[in-house]
Write a protein that binds this ligand. Structure first.
Ligand SMILES: C[S@@+](CC[C@H](N)C(=O)[O-])C[C@H]1O[C@@H](n2cnc3c(N)ncnc32)[C@H](O)[C@@H]1O
Length: 246
């Protein structure tokens, strides 16, 4: 992986060494003139920088910031996801195959469900773990129902019987204008590029669809072709669509 790992002060050094070695890197003191991609552990937690990212600031996940966090801004999205999940008289056990920034997972948790969220990126996994450890009481009860795992969700097929619902939200093929605003999706793409992670969402879908769960929910750009025929129903918003396979 083409990435370095820095710490800003000696206080952060031992923690930085543990984190860096977990992904096969060495932890070094921060330097201002570094030209490449790097993770950096400092007083506000872990962040990631990529010289070619559109945003000039470092990428740092903070679940506690923003206008009451993520939920208010995502009210429409929440309506769609609720519809896609459908009514259930008991909490569901959901496998979120594409954890990303955990925004959809947090939504599922807020609806009272249990979530196992899988993220293939080791860098993003570290950033998420760090953000979760900083989230304090904000999500304390919700996070009891979260298991965050690093790996490829396609390897979870053997554990399928544990889940009621599979959720799959692969990266869009090309950056969408709507996703450009925050620069978050751009940074996510840069993280995957740094780790040389490439997915074939169609192939992943075909593996995941073999899991014998009650429902599979697939998030797609509104005009994208479906991964398969046999969609049982769709829930559509302005830019996004959920294809539901039962
Ligand atoms: C579009 S983002 C998901 C955003 C997420 N739903 C959210 O609300 O923040 C896609 C994420 O899924 C991850 N991913 C894609 N395919 C995967 C797979 N087969 N297994 C695990 N993670 C995967 C990517 O690394 C990326 O972080």
């Amino acid at each position: 992986m083409n990435c370095s790992f820095f710490y800003t002060t000696e206080t952060d050094k031992s923690h930085a060494e543990i984190l860096a070695s977990s992904i096969g890197l060495d932890a070094l003191p921060s330097r201002n003139d570094f030209p490449g991609a790097f993770l950096e552990l400092g007083s506000s937690g872990l962040s990631f920088f990529h010289p070619d990212a559109r945003a000039s600031n470092k990428f740092h996940i903070d679940f506690t910031s923003g206008s009451s966090g993520w939920r208010l801004k995502r009210a429409d999205h929440e309506k769609l996801i609720k519809k896609a999940l459908g009514k259930s008289d008991k909490p569901l056990n959901i496998l979120d195959c594409t954890a990303g920034l955990l925004q959809d997972t947090l939504l599922f948790l807020s609806l009272g469900h249990q979530v196992t969220a899988v993220e293939q990126s080791k860098l993003l996994y570290l950033l998420l773990q760090d953000a979760l450890s900083r989230s304090g009481d904000s999500y304390a009860n919700l996070l009891d129902n979260l298991t965050l795992t690093q790996g490829n969700a396609c390897t979870f097929t053997a554990e399928a019987s544990n889940f009621d619902v599979i959720y799959f939200d692969p990266m869009y093929p090309a950056p969408k204008k709507t996703a450009l605003g925050s620069g978050q999706m751009d940074y996510l793409a840069k993280i995957l590029e740094t780790e040389m992670l490439q997915n074939d969402p169609q192939k992943d879908f075909e593996v995941l669809q073999l899991m014998p769960v009650k429902k599979m929910i697939v998030k797609r750009p509104i005009k994208a072709e479906a991964f398969a025929t046999g969609i049982n129903y769709q829930v559509s918003g302005k830019t996004t669509r959920f294809d539901i396979y039962i």
